[in-house]
Design a protein around this ligand. Structure first.
Ligand code: ADP
Length: 196
């Protein structure tokens, strides 16, 4: 599909269809921040070639941690998980691209770092499930919910939220980690060297 870059040049080869482009919420957890791994972790997504569209250092509060991990509420480790995630600042990121959700999960590696493959973030940089340094959305739907991506889409007239979501209107969902105006739309200079 043809599209214009920010410089007004037509770059039809750069633009995957809207439905193909996903967003994932990647978070450096408090242990990653305390251990000085922020640059290392950002660098892995940068070098892969995904696009950064949101980034902030943030002290997560209990309510947000509970909402984010609400599916794990019945687990025995849930209270310590909430303590862990709120124990210090986290780095919140949105990365965008075709297939970014599943690909980011591969870059991150298995939940238990001892089982994570070498070469993955957890495989290289962590030893314990309760200190596994990074989070990544587990589905495109959760990617939208966690990033707040739909807020940006709402601002754009003519972008159909139901088409974008694939399953229906996302506008009633609460954005978890990013607020309106915190995400950036831009065209990386390297784009033609990443996508044919
Ligand atoms: P992932 O983060 O790989 O998607 P889950 O969604 O299963 O994994 O769990 C969310 C987070 O909860 C994990 O990343 C980890 O921080 C924590 N967690 C999961 N299982 C355990 C466990 N058995 N003990 C302690 N913490 C856990």
């Amino acid at each position: 599909r043809a599209n214009k870059s920010t410089h007004g040049i037509f770059l039809p080869h750069l633009v995957a269809s809207l439905e193909q482009v996903e967003q994932t919420y990647i978070m450096v957890k408090p242990d990653g921040v305390q251990r000085g791994l922020v640059g290392e972790i950002i660098s892995r997504f940068e070098r892969k070639g995904f696009k950064l569209t949101g980034l902030k250092l943030f002290q997560c509060h209990k309510e947000l941690a509970e909402e984010h991990y609400k599916d794990l509420k019945t687990k025995s480790f849930y209270p310590t998980l909430i303590d862990y995630i709120t124990s210090g600042p986290v780095v919140c990121m949105v990365w965008e691209g075709v297939g970014v959700v599943a690909s980011a999960r591969k870059l991150i590696g298995s939940t238990n770092p001892l089982q994570a493959e070498p070469g993955t973030i957890r495989g290289d940089l962590a030893v314990q499930t309760g200190r596994n340094v990074v989070h990544g959305s587990d589905s495109p739907e959760n990617g939208k919910r966690e990033t707040g991506r739909f807020l940006l889409l709402k601002e754009k007239k003519g972008w159909d939220l139901s088409v974008e979501s694939g399953t229906g209107d996302l506008s009633s969902l609460a954005a978890l980690w990013f607020k309106e105006g915190e995400l950036c739309e831009w065209t990386p200079a390297q784009a033609p060297w990443l996508m044919e």
